[in-house]
Design a protein. Structure first.
Length: 142
C-alpha cells in the first residue's frame, strides 16, 4: 500500500514514546496511526500500533477528552503524609547506597515483604525498584 505522510508529532511519557502520524492511503483516505515505543534493551524496542480511520477521529477525540477529564477528576485519596505514616520513606528518592543495599539483600533471597520493611517503602515501590535495577534479569526471578 502506497501511503503518504501528512503530519507527524510525538511525545514522551516516562519510558515510552508515542507517535501520532496522519497518513493518506493510495485511495486518498486519511487515517491516524498511533504508535507506542518502549525500549527493552540497548538495541531492542517493544512497539504497538493502532489505526483510526477518518470516520472515527471525532469519536476518538471525544472519548480521549472524556477519559482525560475523568483521570484529572479522580484525585488521589491519600496524601504523601498519609503514606509516610505506614512507610516512612514513601516517595523519597532512592540513593546509590539504597540501590546497592537492595541488590545485596535481593541476592540474599529476601522477600519483597522483608525488603519493604527494611526500606520502609511499600511492596509496589520495592517491586518497581527491582525492575528498574533489572535485578530479576541479573540474578533470576525470586
Amino acid at each position: 500500500m502506497n501511503i503518504e505522510d501528512i503530519f507527524s508529532t510525538k511525545f514522551q511519557s516516562g519510558n515510552r514514546t508515542y507517535f501520532l502520524d496522519v497518513k493518506l492511503t493510495k485511495d486518498g483516505d486519511r487515517y491516524l496511526k498511533i504508535s507506542e515505543s518502549k525500549r527493552i534493551d540497548e538495541s531492542e524496542f517493544e512497539r504497538h500500533q493502532i489505526i483510526v480511520f477518518e470516520e472515527g477521529i471525532d469519536k476518538l477525540a471525544e472519548k480521549i477528552t472524556e477519559v482525560a477529564t475523568k483521570i484529572r477528576a479522580d484525585k488521589k485519596s491519600y496524601s504523601m503524609e498519609d503514606k509516610r505514616k505506614t512507610h516512612r520513606n514513601a516517595y523519597q528518592p532512592w540513593t546509590d547506597e539504597d540501590d546497592n543495599r537492595l541488590e545485596l539483600l535481593y541476592c540474599q533471597g529476601k522477600s519483597v515483604a522483608d525488603l519493604s520493611k527494611e526500606f520502609r517503602r511499600n511492596n509496589g515501590a520495592i517491586r518497581s525498584r527491582i525492575k528498574k535495577l533489572e535485578l530479576n534479569e541479573k540474578y533470576g526471578t525470586q
